[in-house]
Structures are given as C-alpha cells and as structure tokens.
Ligand binder design. Structure first.
Ligand SMILES: Cc1cc2nc3c(=O)[nH]c(=O)nc-3n(C[C@H](O)[C@H](O)[C@H](O)COP(=O)(O)OP(=O)(O)OC[C@H]3O[C@@H](n4cnc5c(N)ncnc54)[C@H](O)[C@@H]3O)c2cc1C
Length: 736
C-alpha cells in the first residue's frame, strides 16, 4: 500500500481526559491529510476515577490503565514516548527530553496538574504521576516494615478533598489485602480547611466524617502542612507537629512546573490562560485543556468532569482551526454528579442537594467509570486491516512486517548469489565467494576496508526512533566482525508529499541515526534519497578491519559453545504492534533492546578470541546458525529452555502471532531442523523470528566460555553448542 506524507501535524501533549478523546476520535474519523501525534511521558495513562477502587482491590491495575502503545497503534496515531521540556513557538516545535523536537501545526497541551506540595516537604508520596503511585506506595510501606519496630505504622494523607477521602478509605483495604500480617496502621487525614470535602454540601461532609470516624481514621482539620522535619514530622502552619511514617500528598491541584517554561500567558494560579475556545491567549495554534488550562472568563475547579466535557469541543475546534472556520466555545457545566468511593462497595453521592452513602451509589460509580474506560481499552487492529477494498495481494503487502521482517528471504538470496557470474579479484578478501556479514577489501595500508549495507521499510512511525534503530542495525554487521566502523552513507526512500514534510522526515531520521553514529565515532558522509511508495531507511557502513582478527561465520569448531547477546522476539513483537497487540509493558524492553549497541559485546568477544561470530537479524536464529555451520559440515544443538525471550514473546507466539518473514525463514531451514514432537510449537517458532537490530551469535571454545560470560555480564546466554556429526551435516537439533 502506498504511503503519502500529511499536509498538517496535530500534536496532543499528554493523554489525559481531553486529549485521549482526540486519539479515540481519530480511529473513527481521522482528519484527511493530517497526522496526529501523541507525546506522553508514560506509555500508559491512568484514570484517576478508579485509583481508589484499585487500591481497595475492587479493580485490577489494568482496569484503570489505558495502554497508549496499543491505543495509538489501533487509532493510527503516532506515539512519542517522551517528556516535554519546552516550546519553540516561533518554529512550532515541542521540545522533548532525549529526542528530536516534535513539529506541530496545532498543539493541545493536556499535562494535568499535580498535588500542591510545599517546597519544604520534598519527601512523601505524591499521588502523581499516578502511573507509578501503586508501586511507589508498596515500596514505601515495605521499607517502613523493614525497620522492624513494634510501633504501629502512622500513615498521613494530606488533603481532605474528594481524592484524599477516597484514598484514605481505600488505603485501609489496600493494607489489609497486601500486608495482612502487619499491625493495622494508624491513619490520619489532614486538611487546611475546617471541614472535610470543603465546598461540598454539609450533609456530604457529615457522611464522609461519619465514615472516617467509624473506621478509626483521625481527622485533623485546620491543619495546613507547611514543612516536614526529620523525615517523620509534619509541621502545620500554626506550629503543631504531627508524627507520620508515611505521608501521601493528595492536596489541591497546582500547575506542573513545565507550564511556566512555555512562554505562554498564565492565570493567577500559574495554569495556562485560555479563551473559551480552549486556545491559549498567547498563541492561536496552541490549545490548553483539562487541569493544565484555565478559561479566563470562567471559574471552575480542576476536575476530570470538566476535562472530559472539553474533549468534544477540542475535537471540533482542531478540525475547524485547520479549515479556517469559527471555533466553538466551551462552557463549564454548572452542576455535576460527584461520587466518592469508600472502598467497601459503597460510595458517597452528591447531586442537586442530594447526599447519599450506600451500595447503589457505588454501583452507579462503577458503571460510569467502567463504561468510560471501556471506550479507551478497545485496541482492535488498525481500521485499514480487514476494512480495505484492496485486493488480497495488496492487503498482503500492506500487512508485510517492517524492520528486518521485510527482508528478502534467505532462499531468494542463496539462489541469486550462487548464479552471479563475477570474476574473482585479489583485493576482495571477503566477498560473495564466502558470504558473511561484511565484505573485506584490501587497502594500500596494512589492513582492509570493511563494508556492509542494511536497510528496511519503516516498522515504527516515529522517524527519530527509526533512524536510531536503523543505525544500530547497520553498525552491528561490522561489530560482529570486530571491524571498526568509520563512515556511513544513508539510503532513504521518502513517501511523496509536501516538500516541507519530506525534509522534516529526513531530518528526524538522520538526526536519530547521527545520535547513534556519534556514540560509535562514525561520521555520516553522504547518501542518497529518493521518493517512493514506502518509507525505507538504511545505511552502508565503511570501516577498518584487521583480516586476521575477523571472526568469520564459518570458523566454528566442534565443541564450541554458542552464546547469544540479546533476547529474541523483535519480529513477533513488531508484528503484534502492527495489529495493536503489543502491550506498553512489552514495547519499552523491545525498543531498549533494538537500541542497545552490539559494540561492547563485540569488544569482549574480540578480547576473548571467539571462534566465530555473526549478528542475528532477518533470517532468525536458526537461519543465521545454519549459515555458520553449513559451510563447514558441522551440526549444532540448541537448548530451548536456555533461549532468552523479550517480554511478551512467548504469549504472542502461543497466540499465533508471527512475522510475515517467519514462514520463509522456517522453509529455508526445515531440512536441517530436528525438533522433538513433544516440544511446544509456540516457543520453538522463535527460532525463525526475524530480528531487527538483534544480538550477536558467538561460537566460543569451552576454555574461554566462563571468562567471556563474566565479561558480558548479564547480557549473554549460553544457548547451545557446535557438534561434529558426520551423518547429520548442518543439523540444528533442538533440546528441551
Ligand atoms: C485520586 C484522584 C481522584 C480523582 N477523582 C476524580 C473524580 O472522581 N472526578 C473528577 O472529576 N476528578 C477527579 N480527580 C481530578 C482529575 O483526576 C483531574 O482533574 C483530571 O485527571 C485532569 O485531567 P487532565 O486531562 O487535565 O490530566 P491528566 O488526566 O492528569 O493527564 C495528564 C497526562 O499528561 C502526562 N504528562 C504530564 N506531564 C507531561 C510532560 N511533561 N510531558 C509529557 N506528558 C506529560 C501525564 O503522564 C498524564 O498522562 C481526581 C484526582 C485524583 C488525584
């Protein structure tokens, strides 16, 4: 399927209540010729309405979580997992940590707020970021318990609003559930106001106070905490000192520090000042939504109910702004239903003067929250698949995996290379006569020039990240042969589209690549770019090599142990990602693995004098192993239980996911594979999984193996051995 670059870029910063609506709408009705990018500091988003229920064990953590990797993949939205750090308004660029800036035509800032914590109270647990609150809480309690004192743990919650009341009630359940053997802690709720739930009807306040009293939770009103002394004493404005082992901050919303660094006008509390169209007063093409923005003409609290209602208005206004139409105005709703869960299948309801606390109220809360979340937890494959009118062949092409999964199969290459009529030339020390990861060309000085090329079609939609992975993938061949890369030439196919977009795309791709090349002391010295149907990027790498030090693939010896330096499964994970099935918790380790340079492992392997080395890429582990043993008529054993897998790989293989290249990889080695029937089909298919920027496969003699493994530290797995088998040449025998 042909790609075209968009005319416009919309960027949503933060995937909170308002911006998440835009992502969801994109699946149903994307704006033509426009790309939507979500920049988020976490690759999951959490729903505050369910946090307390999750603490109480009424929900699983997954119930309150939106998986942004899957949601964005499913909606056709580019996800940039990075923390925003600033704004270059003149050039319409959002500055992000550890990444190239993200360009936008329209930007919606929705980074929420954080609890107000006095500067003198740096310790304690903040409710935000909510994505990490539960593990932080658990760790903190465990650390306190490790102190082994007979005293009851004192847990203080600062902030007696709806969030604080919910948290303190549900925290009791959390402790009962997760720390059953611990003495019941002493809970306190501290608030600056004279009443709990300030601003709520008196009857609601009484219901809450009664519930807390029933549970033995001490309420300390008129207590504005201004400092923490000795890590264990909360000091109030009026000088009172309250001892606490754990302090949880659930105070009222204050602006994130970033807001004051954007160069945009702020309201008196420090939130971004906006018009009723949600546009920032200082920039027509920047919107501020949810807690991060404040409509100047209105006064309303920082609450999710407003952020949710802003979603449809923002959606309309983004479309209208792009087409030059008049924008819609947002008005905060006058009244809203408030529901505060108490962790015991009951909730306190407040609506139109009505205040109730019972199970029925919890059922309403549960239904509203669950329905809301269900809308954001639909991760069906991108609409293109299955819905297209394309012919089956076109669909096949559309769904072809990218990365090394888009490589031509080993069979195609073998056939072509063996029939090439080419004269032998003395200066080609390693070429197609003995195919390896690189070619070696003799040069006039003592050594040789090492050359290798690698490119693939795009498999992630973030060009900066793609450039980084493509660079590491290309460098890997030289590292595998102990060569020193020196220079790189790029090869890029850019989809048709506006010139500005093409230049932005190339800029991002090459900036990502140069970052990796800099780390390897390699200069990008040239390249070639053309316009074509599908984004493709790769590099030719030139370097220096000492032919005597090059560990050829085929210099394996019987008895050598086989070592792998990265876990397997990039192909199946990327294939799952194309179908919006790669979870956020799997995506992070996958990206980290693809970005990990093979250089340190290559240096260790040179130092320990490995017999043979290659990098595992498109042909999968079995295919690359075959290339090692076939030319020298040796066989090998691989132990399935010793193979390292990236997180999620086993589950995906067992559920039938695989890369499009896996079947031809399997066909290319099926004549040499010997797999006992008893071994499960699922995990064994990882042997054919094409790897993008995979690890090194090293063959090393028994005498050197311990030293090498020690040097490689935790990044190496002994997965099998080379065996001499006159009868079973090139066989790959799989052991349990
Ligand atoms: C415990 C608790 C319970 C609550 N219950 C309710 C309730 O029942 N009803 C109600 O109306 N309100 C409730 N609220 C308030 C409600 O959570 C907020 O008003 C609402 O979440 C605001 O939505 P938002 O979209 O502005 O931001 P958020 O939902 O906070 O989302 C902001 C997103 O931006 C991301 N982000 C932050 N900084 C950056 C950065 N620099 N770069 C990139 N990404 C960034 C964050 O990771 C986050 O995903 C509750 C709050 C708490 C703390």
């Amino acid at each position: 399927m042909n790609e075209t670059l968009p005319q416009h870029d919309i960027v949503v910063l933060g995937a909170g209540h308002t911006n998440a609506h835009i992502i969801r709408m994109w699946r149903m009705n994307p704006i033509p010729r426009t790309r939507l990018t979500c920049v988020s500091d976490h690759n999951i988003a959490t729903y505050s309405g369910m946090l307390a229920g999750t603490l109480a064990g009424q929900y699983e953590p997954a119930d309150m979580t939106i998986d942004l990797v899957r949601l964005c993949a499913s909606c056709g939205v580019r996800l940039v997992h990075a923390k925003a750090t600033g704004l270059d308004l003149d050039n319409r660029r959002l500055l992000v940590e550890d990444r190239h800036a993200v360009r936008f035509d329209l930007l919606s800032i929705g980074i929420g707020s954080r609890p107000a914590i006095p500067a003198t109270c740096s310790n304690g647990l903040s409710i935000k970021p909510m994505q990490t609150f539960l593990p932080r809480l658990r760790r903190t309690i465990e650390n306190c318990l490790a102190r082994e004192t007979d005293e009851k743990l004192r847990i203080a919650i600062v902030g007696g609003g709806a969030a604080g009341v919910e948290i303190v009630c549900c925290l009791q359940e959390f402790v009962r559930h997760h720390f059953a053997t611990m003495k019941p802690p002493k809970f306190m709720l501290l608030d600056a106001h004279s009443e709990l739930l300030a601003g709520m009807p008196r009857r609601t306040q009484e219901l809450a106070a009664r519930e807390l009293a029933k549970r033995g939770i001490q309420i300390k009103s008129d207590t504005r905490v201004v400092a923490v002394e000795d890590d264990s004493k909360l000091v109030s404005e009026n000088g009172e000192s309250v001892p606490a082992d754990i302090t949880i901050w659930a105070t009222s919303a204050q602006p994130a520090p970033l807001l004051s660094q954007l160069g945009l006008p702020l309201d008196e509390r420090g939130f971004l000042a906006t018009r009723d169209t949600l546009q920032c007063t200082g920039a027509e093409n920047v919107f501020a939504v949810g807690d991060a923005g404040s409509v100047e003409s209105e006064f309303y609290a920082k609450a999710g109910v407003y952020a949710v209602r802003q979603g449809p208005v923002l959606w309309t206004n983004l479309r209208r702004k792009l087409s030059g139409r008049q924008l819609e105005q947002w008005k905060p709703q006058k009244k809203f239903l408030s529901l505060v869960g108490t962790g015991d299948e009951r909730a306190i309801l407040t609506y139109h003067g009505l205040s109730l606390h019972n199970q029925w109220c919890w059922k309403i809360k549960d239904r509203i929250d669950s329905r809301f979340m269900a809308k954001y937890q639909q991760y069906e494959p991108p609409a293109m698949m299955g819905k297209s009118d394309d012919s089956p062949e076109e669909l096949d092409t559309a769904m072809q995996c990218g990365g090394c999964g888009s490589k031509a199969s080993a069979g195609v290459l073998r056939e072509t290379l063996s029939s090439l009529a080419q004269s032998h030339r003395e200066h080609v020390l390693m070429g197609l006569d003995s195919p390896d990861d690189i070619a070696l060309i003799a040069n006039s000085s003592s050594g040789a020039t090492a050359v290798s090329t690698d490119f693939f079609s795009a498999f992630v939609d973030e060009p900066y990240l793609l450039g980084r992975i493509a660079a590491q993938n290309a460098l890997s061949d030289l590292f595998a042969k102990s060569a020193s890369p020196r220079a790189a030439l790029s090869m890029a196919i850019l989809p048709p589209g506006p010139e500005k977009q093409q230049s932005n795309l190339l800029d991002d791709l090459l900036a990502g690549a140069v970052r990796e090349f800099e780390g390897a002391d390699v200069s990008l010295v040239g390249g070639h770019s053309i316009v074509g149907p599908k984004l493709t990027i790769g590099f030719t790498i030139l370097g220096d090599a000492n032919p005597a030090e090059v560990a050829k693939k085929s210099s394996v010896a019987a008895g050598d142990r086989l070592v792998l330096t990265k876990p397997l499964g990039t192909g199946v994970l990327l294939a799952a990602h194309m179908q919006a099935a790669c979870r956020a918790e799997w995506w992070g380790p996958l990206v980290e693995s693809m970005l990990r340079s093979n250089q340190p492992a290559a240096e260790d392997s040179r130092q320990y004098g490995v017999s043979a080395a290659t990098d595992v890429t498109g042909f999968g582990l079995a295919g690359h192993l075959r290339e090692m043993i076939a030319p020298v008529d040796l066989a090998s054993e691989l132990s399935l239980s010793a193979l390292p897998f990236l997180p999620g790989v086993v589950e995906l293989l067992e559920n039938g996911f695989s890369s499009t290249l896996a079947p031809s990889n399997r066909d290319s080695v099926c004549d040499v594979m010997k797999i006992p029937e008893a071994l499960s089909a699922g995990p064994t298919s990882v042997l054919y999984d094409p790897q993008t920027s995979g690890g090194l496969l090293l063959a090393v003699s028994e005498s050197k193996i311990d030293g090498l493994i020690r040097a490689l530290d935790s990044e190496a797995w002994v997965i099998g051995r080379i065996i001499d088998s006159a009868q079973q040449r090139a066989e790959i025998r799989i052991l349990p």
